[in-house]
Structure formats: C-alpha cells, structure tokens
Ligand binder design. Structure first.
Ligand code: HEC
Length: 158
C-alpha cells in the first residue's frame, strides 16, 4: 500500500505536464484557427470602409468636401452650408448616431440639404446605380457609407 501511494504521488507532477501539454495544444489550435479568421475579418472590414470611402468620393465630396469637413466645391453655393461630417459624434455627446446617419443617407430622415432642391431625389440617385457593374445594392452602399463616416469621426476631447 505504502509503495502504491508513493507512486501515486510520484505521478502528480507528471499529470501536471500532461495537463499543460493538453492546454498548450488547445491554445495552439485556437490561435491557429482564430488567427486567419481575425485577419479575414480585418480584410472584410477594410473593404467595407474602402467601398464606403469610394462611394463618398463619388456622391458626397461635391458638397461635404474630400475630408467630409464641409469644404466641397458646392459648399459655398448651398443655402445651408454642409456641417462637418467628422464632428457628428462629438456633436452628439461622443456617440456616433449610427441609425440616424444611415437614415439621413437613405433619405428617411430629412436634413435641410438632402431633401430640398439642393439635393433632389438623393437616395434615388444612389438607388439608380443598383446592379450596375461594380455597384452593390443601395442599402449596402448606404451601410458602407455610414461605417465610413463613423470611421472618420473626430475623437471627443476629454
Ligand atoms: C448637394 C450637396 C450635398 C450632397 C451631394 C450631399 N450632402 Fe449631405 N448634407 C448637405 C447639406 C446642405 C446638409 C445639411 C447641413 C448639414 O447638416 O450638414 C447635409 C447633411 C448631411 C448629414 C447630416 C449631418 C449632421 O450633422 O446631422 C449627413 C450625415 C450627410 N449630409 C451625409 C451625406 C452623405 C453620406 C452624402 C453622400 C452620399 C451626402 N451627404 C451628400 C449637402 C449635401
């Protein structure tokens, strides 16, 4: 009996090694399987923002300016000069109002510049490009635009 108990004790550290080996293997598998996914998610994210930027350059820069700060070619000609689109979050207590911005771009919430003669049929002009080569459906482009605007927000000053 005494002998048995001693050998049980002797196997304790060994069991720790087995546990550590298993834990290390599980960790390695997790890292190896999750890393490419994280990288892929990063890629998808980059392409969403790149698409949003491209759409912004095509449809919004004329009024809101290349940086979104409201210095586009038409800015001076508008009745209501466009606000700084990079200051939306700061102007909203540091929180980017994602749904409201989406709705503004989709034409579901009226803003002075988008639903007047300055910008007739705003969403329709996005919609008109649906299914043209290289264009995603308008609601996807609106979503990408909203994510893009979110990504260019000024950081709130603490
Ligand atoms: C013909 C000029 C014009 C074009 C083109 C235009 N906008 Fe605007 N936009 C305005 C004006 C004017 C306003 C109203 C003043 C303001 O809130 O900036 C406005 C307001 C906004 C607002 C609300 C800003 C706030 O702080 O509430 C958002 C968001 C916006 N525009 C996004 C866009 C996006 C995205 C595009 C391109 C898809 C776009 N606009 C194209 C003129 C334009």
């Amino acid at each position: 009996m005494g002998h048995l108990r001693r050998s049980e004790h002797a196997s304790e550290p060994h069991r720790h090694y087995v546990f550590l080996a298993v834990a290390a293997a599980v960790l390695a598998i997790l890292v190896l399987t999750l890393m490419p996914r994280a990288a892929a998610a990063g890629e998808a994210w980059k392409s969403i923002l790149a698409d949003g930027k491209q759409e912004f350059e095509e449809s919004c820069v004329s009024c809101h300016g290349a940086t979104g700060k409201g210095s586009g070619d038409y800015a001076g000609k508008l009745i209501a000069p466009p606000k700084d689109l990079t200051a939306i979050a700061v102007g909203n207590g540091g929180e980017f109002p994602f749904t409201r911005v989406f709705d503004i771009i989709a034409g579901e919430v009226e803003v002075p510049g988008h639903n007047t003669h300055q910008m007739p049929e705003f969403y329709n002009s996005l919609k008109a490009k649906d299914f043209k080569p290289g264009y995603l459906p308008a609601h996807v482009r609106v979503l990408e635009l909203t994510h893009y605007l979110e990504s260019i927000q000024d950081k709130p000053v603490d």
